[in-house]
Structures are given as structure tokens and as C-alpha cells.
Design a protein around this ligand. Sequence first.
Ligand SMILES: *Cc1c(COP(=O)(O)O)cnc(C)c1O
Length: 376
Amino acid sequence: MIDFNVPPYVGNELKYVEEAVVKNRKLCGDGPFTKKCSEWLEEKTGTQKALLITSCTHATELAALLTDIKEGDEVIMPSYTFVSTADAFVLRGAKVVFVDIRPDTMNIDESKIEEAITERTRAIVPVHYAGVSCEMDKIMELARKYHLYVIEDAAQGVLSTYKGQALGTIGDFGCYSFHETKNYSMGEGGALLIRDPQYVERAEIIREKGTNRAKFFRGQIDKYTWVDAGSSYLPGDMNAAYLYGQLEAAQQIFDDRMRSWKLYDKLLRPLADQGKIELPVVPEGCTHNAHMYYIKAKDLKERTALIQFLKENGIQAVFHYIPLHSAPAGKQFGRFHGEDVYTTKESERLARLPMYYGLKEEQVQYIADKIAEFYQ
Ligand SMILES: *Cc1c(COP(=O)(O)O)cnc(C)c1O
């Protein structure tokens, strides 16, 4: 069976975990490896501050707390996304307003956001699907015009760019995921990127149970105390050690995935030219990170048959999000603004192909051959 995903393991991860346990004797959060990971992220992305977090879900929750989003507020996002994008704001009592996606990138349609803005709108949450950027210039322009926060769900967008800027650094806050299904992993984990330094101190406080412990550790105060409402959003240093092994080898992981992505794209292009399937689109000005390779079948029926055919041939291809507005909680906590022209239709056509660090050229070739066979 060719699995859909295999968590990356490059080689130094366990050595660093051992170092955390045996040498550093530091297992809790904010140890030496957490520091290395944050510095790596700050250097690579150019963000003012990167905080290592227990998950992307929690990073988004932290952003919702930092922006003081509360009951009665509205937050605009696509319906074609993971539940965490919405959960973070629903937990604060906000209403989620879903806007249709663009069929080319599966990202929120920037031209439909403005009409969804009301007096109660507080934030826009673009989701960079497959690590391909949303149209950020337009989104930032709307945010400035209506005084809204932009919180980027860049869970899939680590090391992708939009007009030269790293995803997650363009909006006020950016949320990364290091879940085992993402390009760089620590099992469960994430990061919050903060553009404006004025939010850093409060972010550190909320992340550390509402205490000013981060300041204490830096020697800026002589004892720490409870100063705000907070939670516990810092991962243990063993997990950070594992992640550091991956970040250190990020280019190697990136190149390996990109080879597979480009090979899929080359081998499947003839089928797309014949109009049988559609392939991912990367708009001009965007660079992506080969997080995902997907194809689109004609409709739900054809996709179901394709996934079944691939499964019978030992290939695990999978569909993706069921639009949130059609889920029970989506109906309870959200509403769809405007018409669902593409969200449901396009989501039903999409199938993701195996993609992971270490996927072999012969395997990609075999998968492409089987897809061609299906369409014969
Ligand atoms: C993976 C993912 C998340 C959640 O990440 P966790 O680290 O598992 O919390 C959120 N949004 C998107 C778009 C994702 O792909």
C-alpha cells in the first residue's frame, strides 16, 4: 500500500530528543530546543516574534484571545477549511461568516469578502490551502479599510511565500501547524507568528497560564505572578527537539516533496490537457511548499470511483474537507454569506494523492499510470 501520508523522519530527531532528556534535563516548555525552533522560524520568515505552541488550533485560539474577539463579533473565513479555523473563534462566542472559495486555488474568494462585512465583523481569517497563498494584497486592503484583524491560517503554508513574504507574516497573526501530517512535524505542535511587537508581551502571558513567567526567565523581573487570564499553550522541549531535527533539514524535506510534486504535475498534465482532470493552480507571485498534490475529477461520483480504483491498486488517495457550513456545528455557529457556487461543488471533486518526505519516483510514476488507466 502506498500510504497517503508518512510522518517525516530525517535522522537527527532522536539524537536531539535524547539531548533534551539526558544532557539538558529540560522536558517542560521553553527549554533550549524551543528557543532554537523559535529563532529558526523568526530568521526564516522574518516575523517579529514566533512562539512555539502546542498546535495550530491553539495558536489560532491564542490569536482569538489576543484580538479580544467576543460574543456577538463576526469572523469571516472560507467554509472549505479544517474545523480548528472556526473553533478558535466559536470558543470565544463569535459568529462565523463563511464566504465562497475560488475554484482555482480553493482559497477564499477575495472579491466576495467585502459584501460579507458588517458592523460586527472583527477579523478575516484567510486559509492558505495546500500551502498556496490567498490574494493577500486585497485582503489586507479590506482589513485596513474596515479596521479588521487578519489572522492567517498558514497551517499548511510553512516556507511558502506571497510576493516575497512568508505566509503567516502578512496578517497581524499567522498560525503554523507541526502536526505529523504537515511538512515539518513534532507530532502535535504549531507556532504563532506575531507581526506587531505590541502584542508579544500579552501573547507570552496568555501562553504561560496568564503569568509573566517569560519575563522572569529573561531576568527582567525577580518573581513572577498571575497578571491576566491565560492558558497553557507551550509544548514540551522533547517535542521541540524532534521539530528542530526537521527544521534543520527543512531544505532537504522541501526539495524532496517538491520533486514529487513536480513529477505528479508533469505526468498528469496530458490528462489535464485532454480535459479529463484538473490540476492545482499556483497564481503568479506565489511560491508554494509542495504540501499537497491534488487532482479534481468531474464530480463526486467520478471521484468516489477513482479513489476506490486507486485503493484496489494499493494507493491511498483521500478526499478533504466537508464544507463547515454543512456540518451540524457549522449550522449552529455560522452562516454562509452569498451563494455557495464553488465550495461544495469543488470540494466534492477533489482527491489528494500520496505526498510525503521519502515518496519514491517509481511510486509517483505508478500512481500517475493508475490514474491514466482509470481514465482510459
Ligand atoms: C492542520 C490544520 C490545522 C490544525 O492544525 P493542528 O496543529 O493539528 O491544530 C488548522 N488549519 C488547517 C488549514 C490545517 O491544515
